[in-house]
Design a protein. Sequence first.
Length: 631
Amino acid sequence: MSAGYRAVLWTAHKKLYDRVLLAGVAGYLVLFVAVGLLTHDGATFEAQLIRALGTCALLLLHVVLSIGPLARFDRRFLPLLYNRRHLGVTLFVVALAHGVFATVQYHALGNRNPLVSLLVSNPRYDSLAQFPFEVLGVAALLILFLMAATSHDFWLHNLSAPVWKSLHMLVYLAYTLLVLHVGLGVLQSETRPALAVVLGAGVAWIVGLHVVAAWRERAADRPLTERRLPGDDSFVRVCRVAEIPEDRAVIATLSGERVAVFRYQGRVSAISNVCQHQNGPLGEGKIVDGCITCPWHGYQYRPDDGASPPPFTEKVPTFNVRVEGGEVWVDPRPHPPGTRVEPARIDDSEPRPGGRNPDELYVGYLADAPPGVRRFTRRTVAVLATLTVTLAIALPSLQGPFDRGVFEFGKRRELEGVLEERPYPMLRDVVPSAVPSDASRDAPSDPAPEPPPRELLLVATGKHGAADVAGRDGQRVRVAGSLISRPELGMLELAGDLDPLGEDHAAHPPIRELGEITLRGEIVDTKCFLGVMKPGRGKPHRSCAARCIAGGIPPALLAESPSGEILLALLVDADDRPLGDQVLPWVGEPIAAVGVLVERGGIRYLRTSIDAFEREGSPAPPGHPSATLNR
């Protein structure tokens, strides 16, 4: 690719690598979703898929960041390094799918563009606990996009290796952002610490691996004890000739630069250790077909002049070399890249080094890998496959419990009742319709459903309240829609118009005051909390709740006692008018609200105002009873 730009031709190794990678990703997603649905009552496919994609992307990023240090410890990891860009692009695609599904799930069908909603629904940049974790994920995804889009060598060539390398070092910033995205997001709503422990273990692994690798590299960068050549003190002793394997190199640090000293065909040459492609370690490579071959991606250079064979144009600096008395001496002063230097000749009587088979080097573009590398790669893939299966089973199993709400999505009910417009649209005295509509008659018959609650809040599809009920207060109507319910409250998502069943208007039930109270909990949108979303509360759901309430979904204050008893109170002002947009700054975070608790029919309301809201940690006014959300 350094000579011209054409369609990429996958080698057999790359095709096998890609098949294994895609099979692993698909298997992880399927297993995660299946285990999540089987082990958690109330879990939904959508929530499990979003979490499966997110955890899969984070797992892939851990693998990407592990390959480099591992290849420094053992060159048999080089097959993973050679194909690492495939892994990085796959990581971006999985992360993008996670972002798209999450955005659609939590931000679509509202009163704002989903992307705008993603960025503005949570304004709490002033709080670490409530910080909008979504923007951290967006920033990380943009970095991963830049890396995936510039992974082709076209960009490496045109940006130059230093700029390209600096751009791709942003992966560490992306990793930090994603760890914060998870830590400030879903982990804040998890009641079990196990997932936080898993994330902490992953961070410790990455940090520890890089620290150890850096420490080892630091040792390699220690300069040689500068023993000078008698008669010409510009040359520094590097090693004995016998210490250099045939067609391989010894790496020495001279004047702060790593130099690779190669032995081949009775000669010795020295060049810069830094490959011009991605700064790979040339000294860890091998001479193949007369050229020094970089172990990272197979770029080649002639040992005597440091130039790539035509038509390639890469060049590296060269150094003067001498061999005297069986010792190798190198002048630390480099020649300009591509300068030919006469190799030093080796006396035929010099012994050849023994030890490990020097041919055990992986070169990605060659037809086959050495047997030892193949065996090691198969074992590595087996370990990664075992880890994948283990995490795909463990992570969904470690999730906290899901709420009990039910959403009869796609199931149509025909109901009758008395319409109440204020403070929120509602159907009272609900019974199944005695006169089914034509659509209901044509639908396939199902077993008799459970009877609906006697009171049902009414909402429209998506993140919208029921707006088309004006002028029908107290009138008996027939409606159709999908039931959303928890034991505390019921709701109907309307599907079609309301059909009046008469002109008589029924009286509304009386209001019963239960007294002044301080409720501690969080403001939720009732539609999601009752069963449409899981989770339908907590920080991960905050932005969705803001969009739903802004669209007319009734807000409620959710309080939970230490024993698990739930109190759900719809929010109204002192004149029993709905509280809507006013509560948006308080949604999804722990608060205390002072007000008068009232009951109308079987539904409770809290008469309050935003002036009576205080964030968690504020004391209840003296003498007030309190219900506390156990977080």
